[in-house]
Design a protein around this ligand. Structure first.
Ligand code: SAM
Length: 242
């Protein structure tokens, strides 16, 4: 159950520095309310980071995609979001190990993972237009009709993805379930904030190749000789207010 999950009140309430210590900057601020004497002034010390997270892997599983992307985009901060405790802990443990192994080159400082139900409160983690890429790789298919509401693509969730994604940013989707592929295409295509990216451009994007080959599910589907369906969507500019 995710009832006991803690969510930040807003993106600035996240302790990002604990996730990306190599990017931490110190912000010491004296917070004093009007009726407090100088002595009683509360000094809070919040550690922020020098650049925002730009890539989110939603339902990251064991983190195969992130660990492949991290060295390809060494200056871009990326975050896996996963609902299962043990899986989140596995990814966090692997991040620590890879950072230690690659300490000489500062490798894998740009990758982290948090436990979260991404169907809830995504805008509490990311501010408007913060992200450049969102990955939805092999989401749980929830085959039965009455379970469709548990799918991580819907009109409402597309609006949340559009909020946190900057214009020009991309939502990447991949699945081996053709029905789910059609569902994701249908919901994202009808959303006014997204347009589907053509096949030629899609195939030129190295992230597409990485998500096909480096996700744990992608590897499993290859082993079983299954098909993989890919669809990518660009976040378009918001129309001007009338
Ligand atoms: N993306 C990985 C891959 O391609 O190998 C894992 C795919 S796995 C089939 C789906 C993952 O999404 C599982 O690890 C599951 O725990 C996670 N998940 C499902 N619903 C979620 C939610 N609402 N929030 C966060 N993670 C979720």
């Amino acid at each position: 159950s995710d009832h006991c999950l803690a969510y930040p009140k807003s993106p600035k309430d996240m302790d990002w520095a604990s996730h990306y210590p190599a990017y931490a900057v110190q912000h010491d601020s004296a917070v004093r309310t009007e009726d407090e004497s100088h002595d009683a002034a509360q000094v809070s010390s919040r550690r922020a980071i020098s650049k925002p997270v730009e890539i989110a892997d939603i339902g990251c599983g064991y983190g195969g995609l992130l660990f492949a992307l991290a060295p390809r985009f060494p200056d871009t901060l990326m975050l896996g979001m996963e609902i299962r405790i043990s899986v989140t802990e596995y990814v966090q443990e692997k991040v620590r190990a890879l950072r230690t192994q690659n300490a000489a080159t500062n490798g894998f400082q740009n990758v982290s993972c948090i436990r979260a139900n991404t169907m809830k409160f995504l805008p509490n983690f990311f501010s408007k237009h913060q992200l450049s890429k969102i990955f939805l790789c092999f989401p749980d298919p929830h085959f039965k009709q009455r379970k469709h509401k548990a799918r991580i693509v819907s009109y409402t969730l597309s609006s949340e993805y559009a909020y946190v994604l900057r214009p020009g940013g991309i939502v990447y989707t991949i699945t081996d379930v053709e029905d789910l592929h059609r569902w994701m295409v249908e919901h994202l295509e009808k959303h006014p904030s997204f347009e589907r990216i053509g096949e030629e451009e899609q195939e030129q994007d190295e992230c597409v190749h990485i998500m096909r080959s480096e996700t744990e599910e992608g590897k499993k589907v290859t082993r079983n000789g299954g098909q993989k369906f890919v669809a990518c969507f660009r976040r378009v500019e918001d129309p001007p207010w009338p």
